[in-house]
Design a protein around this ligand. Structure first.
Ligand SMILES: Cc1cc2nc3c(=O)[nH]c(=O)nc-3n(C[C@H](O)[C@H](O)[C@H](O)COP(=O)(O)OP(=O)(O)OC[C@H]3O[C@@H](n4cnc5c(N)ncnc54)[C@H](O)[C@@H]3O)c2cc1C
Length: 485
């Protein structure tokens, strides 16, 4: 029994719309940054680069453009407040998922490309730490370098994980030792984790992403006051190309970016719009779709030691579907702990499909919160105790692609439906943005400036014809959402 395929098809193909004007507030944003509502007195009229979206990807693109182009004028357009999308409302985990995904990646793309994706992800996590240090944000963003403990709640999920790691290590012996496999007894005795069949440790980190991103944006505003602006509360409603109105096109700013504050002319448009991408690029609907997550902050009081400097956790289980409630469990709980307060940050998706394939972060699904509250003590063998207090809960919108990989590159006219070669994208990080966004933004700028990316951006992230034809498709999204049920 699985959710109705027609409903899933309708949901993935739906227009995600503009970011909702009244999102839930995440705990990370409870003290808004002074730039939260940054806006010029009037919208700039002509810019070399208009970047849509002020999450970590928009930041990476803006920063790289400003640093690498000596004169480019750059504007970030944001529908709501600064960093109010997934980056400002995520789980704060800096961790890779390539271990558990390796087998699938190798089967789909071959071992060489799969290895490139592994390298890219771990390099990106390294770059995150460098960025945090470069901007003196270790303290303010509460960055921790730690080990992530992945626990597998069933024999099958643990077996598949081990097979994937064995293949990774055999295809790429240099990655041997990255994952330390743990058996059931060790998990309980040494790490206090209950109810799992086995697990693994891998190097990882945690961060307060909102504080990091807003801090770096503030530094860019200060450094480039004459050629960089941030325009919050400026939803982009449509993008047009001058050739729709006049030929031949002579303007160096051929794009007309229509916003609620009027038009902005741009030389290039960069979409860092994550789960909302399909609104502005309808031909990407279905290939990329929104995926709504729920997060909680829970206070265990004195019931648990503070391990926030040493560990973060992930709990994997087979995807589930309950025909009675029509709720699906999407296979993963992600958990961190604040080294300062001891609060747990737990996220996971367990809701009806229409509340998961959704771009509406204006409410939190109550059942999801109750569910997250009920599972957390169990992981630590405290199931008999009353639930821990929920300090905060919120929802956020991820961008998922049908093949599970980001989209990084130039948008072909077949997707934009417009003339011009100045539309670019870095979006759809499938819930693993902290392991992908920064270098995806940097790589995109290298492509925009004509420098290429050498060998470090996996080709599989690009928008080649084969990917668009075979695996970046709406039917593949529907399959991904229903086949594991
Ligand atoms: C609940 C949740 C938990 C997560 N946990 C983790 C985690 O622990 N670790 C991890 O690595 N990743 C996690 N992720 C995923 C991660 O947060 C994202 O992959 C990453 O932040 C994406 O960054 P981005 O800049 O591409 O997109 P976003 O941060 O979503 O930014 C996109 C921005 O574009 C704006 N926008 C969109 N359309 C328009 C428009 N038309 N006009 C103007 N502005 C527009 C949006 O308002 C938004 O601010 C989580 C995500 C969620 C939602």
């Amino acid at each position: 029994m699985e959710p109705n395929k027609d409903l899933v098809a309708k949901l993935v193909m739906a227009d995600p719309g503009l970011p909702r004007p009244n999102p839930t507030q995440s705990y990370w944003q409870h003290i808004p940054h002074e730039l939260a509502n940054a806006q010029s007195s009037s919208l700039p009229t002509e810019r070399d680069f208009a970047i849509i979206g002020s999450g970590i990807t928009g930041l990476a693109v803006a920063k790289s453009l400003l640093e690498q182009h000596p004169a480019a004028t750059v504007t970030v357009l944001e529908a709501r407040t600064l960093c109010s999308g997934a980056t400002g409302r995520n789980g704060g985990q800096m961790a890779a998922n390539v271990g558990e995904e390796y087998m699938h990646l190798a089967e789909t793309h071959g071992p060489e490309m799969a290895g490139k994706i592994v390298s890219f992800t771990f390099q990106n996590l390294q770059r995150m730490q460098e960025l945090i240090k470069e901007y003196d944000a270790v303290e303010s963003s509460e960055m921790q370098q730690l080990q992530k403990l992945r626990a597998f709640l069933t024999e099958d999920t643990f077996r598949d994980f081990k097979l994937s790691i064995t293949r990774l290590e055999s295809d790429h012996p240099s990655w041997k030792g990255l994952y330390t496999i743990l058996d059931k007894e060790t998990l309980i005795k040494k790490y206090g984790i209950h109810g799992a069949e086995g697990g693994a440790l891998l190097p990882a980190g945690t961060v307060w992403p909102y504080r990091l991103v807003t801090k770096v944006f503030a530094a860019l505003m200060k450094k480039y006051p004459n050629r960089f602006t941030i325009e919050t509360s400026t939803p982009v409603q449509a993008v047009e190309h001058e050739s729709n109105f006049v030929t031949p096109v002579t303007s160096v700013f051929p794009y007309i970016v229509r916003t609620t504050r009027g038009p902005l002319r741009a030389g290039n448009v960069v979409y860092c719009t994550n789960g909302y991408t399909g609104h502005l690029i309808p031909k990407l609907r279905g290939r990329v779709h929104p995926f709504k997550g729920t997060m909680t902050v829970q206070d265990p009081g004195k019931a648990m030691p503070n391990q926030g400097k040493s560990f973060s956790w992930g709990f994997h289980y087979p995807v589930t579907y309950d025909p009675a409630t029509k709720e699906s469990g999407h296979g993963l709980y992600y958990l961190g702990q604040s080294a300062k307060t001891g609060y747990f940050y737990l996220g996971g998706e367990n809701a009806r499909i229409e509340h998961v394939v959704s771009a509406d972060d204006s409410f939190v699904d109550k059942n999801s919160v109750i569910h997250l509250q009920s599972v957390l003590p169990q992981f630590f063998g405290k199931s008999g105790t009353p639930p821990w207090k929920v300090v905060s809960s919120w929802s956020g919108i991820m961008g998922f692609s049908s093949d599970g990989l980001p989209l990084v590159g130039q948008l072909p006219t077949s997707l934009t439906g417009r003339n011009g070669e100045g539309e670019w994208i870095a979006a759809a990080f499938n819930g693993y943005g902290m392991a992908n966004c920064l270098m995806s933004g940097e790589a995109l700028v290298s492509l925009i400036l004509g420098n290429g990316t050498g060998d470090w951006l996996p080709d599989a992230y690009g928008l080649g014809e084969k990917r668009l034809r075979d695996i970046l498709t709406a039917p593949e999204s529907i399959k991904a959402l229903t086949s594991k049920l």
